[in-house]
Design a protein around this ligand. Structure first.
Ligand code: SF4
Length: 489
């Protein structure tokens, strides 16, 4: 829902949005400054708010602010206040729980045996169910975020030590979680048993790092050690690192949309370089949906690697026919309704010189509501394109995500209510082609999708969710689904 304070860029950007990025470091004097840099590299995973919690050997320090990392955490006063040689941080895009300051992570609480902070990328699909049970036992929640549930479960666990209480907590939650937590003595990282969201381990001159993506290691010159395995928990202390597997083993279901759109192209996740995968996606798309055209034009920036792959496979020249203004950020708050409708023009402009008189293949990563595609196609036509053919680097997006991604409710997804022919008519293109599911699986290195036991989570394309959606069972599913998916709960 767009309200009066909605940043114009958010309205104009018709994409799924990843909810969060997490970063932690243990054993380095300038820990908070390192976390700031790591979060800056993960800014694409969330631009609404950020937080850092550090520990200096005697007390915890907490800073949580609305805005980009650079808005607050580059201020000397803020960094100086975050003392200590260990810190964790989080950058968020508000989905579940809404955008209020009380929902900014990391969450921190003083537990019976000391302070404890937790940062979460993902979304719990049984958080409301667990919260209701905890509330009946007297727990009081100070936020509307699903992540606070984990904090409460750790706090109320009857187990003896923190490791056991943490395990007790994560065994009770369902859904997607890549967690980084901090106590006075340890930093903990944990991935859900399906490994839906990424989490990597790095090393900076002997200090251990946990981060959502490898690009956050590159920015500080840290060494990539490995991806955490699905269902793995690592415990970092001053004595070293320990790895345990507290869940029943399951077949992993990593989010395939990370490769399509969420992760940064210079990151490698689950052993694959994201840019490479996106180029292969473009090549598969060119094979599956060939078209006679003069130029291949990406919808920047997310469509660019796939457009390069398409162009190379099809032998059609790649041109920057659309230029993106990178300075339309969250600071551009809509001053009124008339400006609100100019969203796409603020962000993208057609490069008329390249487009005029040409048959154009436009490549984008996905179509969500279709409104941005419609405006971009019109912009390319206005710039004189003779034909506009749209190629989409993923299968049609037909279902909402409940694993930490901001998605509109299902009924607002264009592909859930129209055939491909109707969609082509709606966005006014001469032809429209989507990548097939098997094409997407081939691009990530599989021969095809295993329909019995898919190798990835692809629920927003297939509607087959890899976990139970406990909060929806026995409820008004459509309404709860839509509320959850739009952060309205
Ligand atoms: S539903 Fe889609 S976006 Fe969500 S985790 Fe699965 S593949 Fe990723």
């Amino acid at each position: 829902m767009v309200d009066a304070d909605t940043p114009l860029s958010a309205e104009a950007d018709d994409h799924f949005h990843d909810e969060c990025g997490v970063f932690g470091i243990f054993g380095r004097q300038d820990a908070a400054a390192i976390v700031t840099l790591g979060l800056h590299a993960l800014q694409h995973r969330g631009q609404e708010a950020a937080g850092i919690v550090s520990y200096d050997g005697s007390q915890f320090h907490v800073e949580r602010h609305v805005g980009l990392i650079g808005d607050t955490f580059t201020k000397q006063r803020v960094i100086d206040s975050l003392k200590g040689n260990r810190a964790i941080g989080h950058t968020r895009y508000a989905t579940t729980g809404g955008a209020g300051i009380r929902n900014i992570q990391p969450f921190f609480a003083e537990l019976a045996d000391g302070g404890f902070a937790v940062a979460h990328n993902g979304n719990l699909t049984n958080a409301m169910t667990v919260q209701r049970a905890l509330q009946k036992q007297g727990s009081i929640f100070s936020s509307t975020s699903d992540t606070e549930t984990i904090l409460h479960l750790v706090a109320t666990s009857k187990e003896r030590d923190l490791n056991a209480r943490f395990i007790d907590a994560v065994r009770q939650v369902e859904g997607a979680f890549s967690l980084v937590a901090l106590s006075s003595k340890k930093m903990i990282g944990c991935r859900d048993p399906l490994g839906i969201r990424p989490l990597v381990l790095g090393d900076l001159d002997g200090a251990w790092i946990l981060a959502s993506e490898t690009c956050a290691l590159d920015i500080i010159g840290a060494r990539f050690v490995r991806d955490l395995k699905p269902g793995e928990m690592v415990i970092v202390t001053s004595k070293g690192i320990e790895s345990i597997f507290p869940f029943e083993p399951q077949k992993p279901r990593f989010c395939i949309f990370e490769y399509v759109y969420f992760a940064r192209p210079d990151s490698s996740v689950e052993g694959r370089n994201v840019y490479d995968v996106r180029k292969r996606i473009g090549a598969e798309l060119a094979i599956e949906s060939p078209v006679e055209a003069d130029i291949v034009v990406p919808v920047p920036d997310s469509g660019t690697p796939a457009a390069i792959g398409f162009s190379q496979q099809a032998g059609i020249p790649f041109e920057l026919g659309i230029i993106r203004n990178h300075y339309v950020g969250r600071t551009f708050i809509s001053p009124g309704d008339s400006i609100r409708h100019m969203g796409v023009k603020l962000k993208h402009n057609a490069n008329r010189r390249m487009i005029e008189g040409k048959r154009v293949v436009l490549v984008d990563d996905s179509i969500v509501r279709g409104t941005t595609s419609q405006k971009i196609v019109q912009m390319v036509r206005d710039a004189g394109a003779r034909e506009v053919h749209m190629r989409i680097a993923s299968p049609p997006t037909r279902a909402s995500c409940f694993y930490g991604v901001d998605t509109p409710e299902k009924s607002k997804l264009l592909a859930s209510r129209m055939t491909i022919e109707e969609m082509a008519e709606f966005i006014r293109v001469d032809s429209l082609g989507f990548l097939s599911m098997d094409g997407l699986y081939r691009a990530v290195g599989e021969t095809s999708r295993d329909n019995e036991q898919p190798q990835f989570c692809d629920a927003c394309f297939s509607g087959q969710y890899p976990t139970r959606l406990a909060d929806l069972e026995g409820s008004d599913n459509v309404r709860t689904l839509s509320l959850l998916a739009t952060g309205g709960v």
